[in-house]
Design a protein around this ligand. Structure first.
Ligand SMILES: [Ca+2]
Ligand SMILES: [Ca+2]
Length: 499
């Protein structure tokens, strides 16, 4: 069975004798393999960027990575010169939209200390499968991050990175001293933050890709994606090593069958990011402005085998096989996905609210856990510590966004505490070790219930806290202070998240 080509690819094929044929006739020859037909290209020979092929993205969003550049459509940041597209990043304070324009988020403006350009072919050049080839000379320096990459045009499997991202080339912090290494990477899995990535690097050795042009390419087929530098095949990923899991209407994750997410339309992007989580910021050694020169972008289709590409593939045995990631087992815990929409979410009242369950981590010894009746309270959770190193927690198998909540509340009664000056701790975790760290709490004297009300803002600002409120899987971890616990008996009731 063959799947239909993407509309744009199909259009191009149908018009092979016209627009695509014209490119074939006047354009370059296919460089690698047999049977490739050029279906789209830009040689950047004109005087102005061809806006039938490219659009500028203009924003000061920071790419989701805390990058330091505003992307502009000004001549200062991108232009054609000597048959090449030049993307130029420079040090220059600039104010622009705080988020991508197509989000329509009303986020206002942001000011950042650098400018650059990010160009894309979205809805002008979108393809499913083929060979994508870009000849370029890279900018370098601490904090400089050029990229040639592809994003989904239709996001059919959900937000980043569930619908995939294909990085043909990334390089960070290329300097005289540093290894001259470039990276080819796939991002996929579930929506952020439950996405994953896998990739490989190409080491230029003594060659400096800041000084010389090189051809960066991928061959993207249905079952396999391969990365190349100057025709040298250096990495392969197979569809058994990537996956897509989406949340179904019933609130459970589902495996998308086939080769998702890399089975949809993707478009090309070219940019220089400045700073950001990966490279870190520029420093005094960074020489600005920097230029990313792109000599051409060429897209080829394997005419006789347009999906699998085996008829045209170039393969080297020495290429790294990147094994990727196995899709996580889907936990079919019964729960209502709207469970967190209430103003007061009761994680434990008389029972645990699915998908949260009571669990424990015990380094040694045991914690006895029981649900016991107490007058006026129904069931309460009783914990008996026959250990000095244990914690008990309420945890879900995935994270929740608690940014709309104000505080966590619970009732705590110490039934017995033989320790000298025993202290008690709580934590909130966003997949350990992401979390608040130990946060001290003070119960009432033994035998009395104490109502605890802890603002989430306090947990975020607690010294040492790395709490990510957008991804909380463990709303409460509670324990007598680590190392000194034996003999403590405590009861917990009415664990609530309150808006
Ligand atoms: Ca050129
Ligand atoms: Ca109760």
């Amino acid at each position: 069975m063959t799947k239909p080509l993407s509309p744009i690819f199909a259009l191009c094929l149908a018009n092979l004798a016209l627009s695509c044929g014209a490119a074939l006739a006047s354009g370059p020859e296919a460089l690698v393999g047999e049977g490739w037909a050029l279906v789209w290209n830009d040689e950047f020979d004109g005087t102005e960027l061809d806006q039938a092929k490219w659009s500028w993205e203009t924003n000061c969003w920071g790419g989701g990575n805390n990058e330091l550049q505003c992307y502009t459509d000004r001549e200062d940041n991108s232009f054609l010169r000597d048959g090449k597209l030049v993307i130029r990043a420079q040090k220059e304070t600039f104010t622009g939209p705080a988020e991508p324009l197509d989000w329509n988020s009303g986020a206002g403006d942001r000011t950042l200390p650098y400018t650059s350009a990010r160009l894309r072919t979205k809805n002008k050049g979108d393809w499913t499968y083929g060979r994508f080839e870009i000849r370029a000379k890279l900018p370098g320096g601490q904090g400089i991050w050029p990229a040639i990459w592809m994003l989904p045009s239709d996001w059919v499997y959900g937000a980043w990175a569930a619908s995939g991202e294909m990085d043909i080339l990334e390089a960070v912090n290329l300097t005289e001293e540093a290894d001259k290494t470039v990276h080819g990477t796939l991002h996929y899995g579930r929506e952020w933050p439950a996405n994953v990535q896998s990739g490989a690097s190409f080491d230029f050795g003594d060659v400096d890709p800041r000084e010389t042009f090189h051809t960066y390419a991928v061959e993207w087929g249905q079952r396999e994606i391969r990365w190349y530098v100057d025709g040298v095949h250096y990495a392969t990923q197979k569809s058994s090593g990537w996956y897509s899991q989406v949340l179904g209407d019933d609130g459970f994750f589902e495996d998308v069958p086939g080769d998702a997410p890399f089975d949809q339309r993707f478009h090309l992007l070219l940019n220089i990011a400045v700073g950001g989580n990966w490279p870190g910021p520029p420093d005094e050694t960074t020489e600005m402005p920097v230029e990313f020169e792109i000599d051409h972008v060429r897209v080829f289709q394997c005419v006789d085998d347009p999906e699998v590409l085996d008829a045209c593939a170039t393969r080297h045995r020495s290429a790294t096989r990147v094994f990727g990631n196995v899709a996580p087992e889907i936990l079919r815990i019964e729960y209502d996905p709207k469970v967190m929409d209430a103003d007061v979410v009761t994680i434990f009242g008389d029972e645990d609210l699915s998908p949260f369950t009571l669990g424990q981590y015990v380094a040694n010894g045991t914690v006895g856990v029981a649900r016991v009746e107490e007058e006026g309270r129904g069931l309460v959770t009783e914990l008996r510590y026959d250990t000095n190193e244990a914690v008990v927690y309420w945890q879900a198998p995935f994270g929740f966004d608690l940014t709309g909540f104000d505080r966590v509340e619970f009732d705590l009664k110490v039934v017995a505490d033989p320790r000298e000056d025993g202290r008690f701790m709580m934590k909130m975790d966003c997949f350990y070790p992401c979390g608040t760290g130990d946060y001290p709490i003070t119960p009432a004297p033994t035998g009395e219930w104490q109502h605890m009300s802890v603002p989430l803002s306090d947990l975020v600002s607690h010294p040492g806290s790395s709490l990510d409120l957008t991804n909380v899987n463990t709303p409460l971890v509670i324990f007598p202070s680590w190392g000194d616990q034996k003999g403590v008996v405590m009861r917990i009731d009415d664990l609530n998240l309150v808006r």
